[in-house]
Design a binder for this molecule. Sequence first.
Ligand code: IPD
Ligand code: CA
Ligand code: CA
Length: 262
Amino acid sequence: MEDVQERLALAIRLAREAGAIQRERYESELVVETKRTDVDLVTDVDRACEEAVVRGIRAARPGDGILAEEGGGDDAAGTGWRWVIDPLDGTTNYAHGYPCFCVSIGVERDGRPELGVIYNPILDELYHALRGGGAFRNARPIRVSQQRDLTRCLFATGFAYDRHANPGANLRHFEGFLRRGRGVRRDGSAALDLAAIACGRFDGYWELDLKPWDVTAGTLLVEEAGGRVTDLSGTPGRTDGAAVVASNGLIHDDMLAVLRGE
Ligand code: IPD
Ligand code: CA
Ligand code: CA
């Protein structure tokens, strides 16, 4: 238990450190480059945040494995512990000065998420979850919503970076939820979308083609807040992000039906 608590304290400290970099550089001149596609961006702030987090982990926990989005880690998990880091989730928002982005840090032990921290530096909201220990925002317990009726639900989603070439599947799902719920948001930060499910701001969220660093911390947060996270078939426990459906639990089966086109 001590090991987990110490890593949680470290994750919180490093999330705040990276968040401070994001706040300081927000709306300043950025170096913006593209990655796999023309709409997949990376900025010098993504890199600076990753460097700060990775440096902090290496100093305090040199044997732990690190999977970090911009490639700054090494995936060799000598201790069985692995840090899964999105140093800046919401890069497109960040590059456009839209204030919706965060740092996301998940920590797994032997492949199973044990703790998660998500920090929104603009709202100064720090979310954390410990397996079996609950979910919190700024140290206060949070819960998912209690809504059962899809017509009263607010949903969120996102679109993958290959959407210019392949806009297909998610547009159909988007239309399905648009026709069923109160609204669908596309806010541009998967980790904050999951945090919003955990604290009841959104009732349901789905996205196709995410990566482990987008979902590791947020998935634990939703589960510890009483929600449910699965793939499209309803199977829990996936950490690759390939297809994520997150909800308050009560509407989950109805969401899966909408995603099947029913
Ligand atoms: C992206 C955001 C976005 C989601 C994309 C992600 P990034 O992460 O979470 O909301 O729709 O699929 O890749 O690139 O800003 O870290
Ligand atoms: Ca991301
Ligand atoms: Ca990112």
